[in-house]
Ligand binder design. Structure first.
Ligand code: HEM
Length: 268
């Protein structure tokens, strides 16, 4: 039926192109009508034929898409302007994702023992395909994230978004800033080079001056009386597991609160 001896058919408007188009539409309808498709994609979560532009359908598009639903269903016009937020919160989140992906790559090669740490980092730099590139992406993304989080906080402060009803989210933000700095600092130790050793020496000595609990805090951070294999393992677990786990939870609460506090702040 739909073979391609087209010119006579083409003249009455049913050329092979049209027929192929119709066949594709049928397949499309079948796939979108199937149980598997409708189980995965809720109405509005992807573009559907026959979509009519109504407030209800617009709400569906936002509510039923995993990425869009991070936004409130209604967004103030100024809030979607890049010039208002400079996307600094979004950039911080993007950098966190990049750090996670590049970090997983690094974990395939790095070994957290005093004897193996630096040699595995050197192997990464010199012998692993894309090793140097990925390691530097991880380092630069870490520096940048500290910068973007700080700038994001400054932007929030400048717009007075720390005031009610967003004061709780500001507090969550302060926790996120602390966690970002801790992630940065724990990562610094892992190459186990002179820079790392002395940074940890200074850091843990400072913690040793904590009133009352000083020596216990220092002992917990070092895993022994002085910097050793245990220190490296402890900070490695903090860096790749505990701190990322905690920061993800706080980020989820942070994003959820942005929505619940009525979306991004702005002029009344
Ligand atoms: C890991 C760090 C952080 C991430 C990923 C993050 C992410 C975001 C995102 C995506 C938004 C939506 C608007 C925007 O992009 O500006 C936002 C809003 C907000 N953030 Fe953060 N944030 C972080 C750290 C902080 C810090 C350190 C503070 C303050 C101490 C803070 C306080 C706030 C507040 C109050 C809002 C609401 C702003 C408004 O309504 O104008 N956040 N955050």
């Amino acid at each position: 039926m739909a073979n391609g001896n087209g010119s006579s058919n083409g003249s009455n408007g049913h050329g092979p192109g049209v027929k192929v188009g119709q066949a594709m539409e049928k397949v499309d309808e079948k796939v979108r009508g199937s149980q598997a498709w409708t189980a995965i994609f809720r109405p509005g979560s992807v573009f559907r034929r026959g979509y009519t532009d109504s407030p209800r359908n617009r709400s569906y598009v936002i509510m039923n898409n995993v990425l869009y639903h991070l936004h409130p269903v209604k967004v103030k016009r100024h809030a979607v302007k890049v010039s208002y937020t400079l996307c600094l919160g979004g950039l911080s989140f993007f950098l966190f994702i990049l750090l996670t992906v590049t970090g997983i790559f690094l974990m395939f090669f790095y070994r957290p023992t005093a004897a193996a740490a630096w040699p595995t980092v050197r192997t990464l730099e010199t012998a692993v395909t894309f090793g140097s590139l990925v390691r530097n992406m991880h380092r630069w993304a870490a520096h940048l994230m500290v910068l973007t989080v700080f700038l994001h906080m400054s932007r929030v402060f400048y717009h007075g978004a720390y005031k009610a009803p967003r004061e709780f989210n500001w507090v969550i933000g302060v926790i996120l800033l602390t966690l970002t700095l801790l992630l940065s600092f724990t990562g610094y130790l892992l190459p186990w080079d002179q820079l790392a050793l002395w940074a940890v020496t200074v850091g843990t000595n400072m913690m040793g001056y904590t009133p009352v609990f000083g020596s216990s805090v220092k002992y917990v951070l070092l895993g022994s009386k002085e910097i050793s294999n245990e220190t490296l393992l402890r900070w490695y677990v903090l860096h790749v597991l505990l701190l990322p786990f905690v920061i993800v939870i706080f980020m989820a609460v942070h994003f959820w609160r942005v929505r619940k506090d009525g979306g991004v702040s702005g002029p009344l």
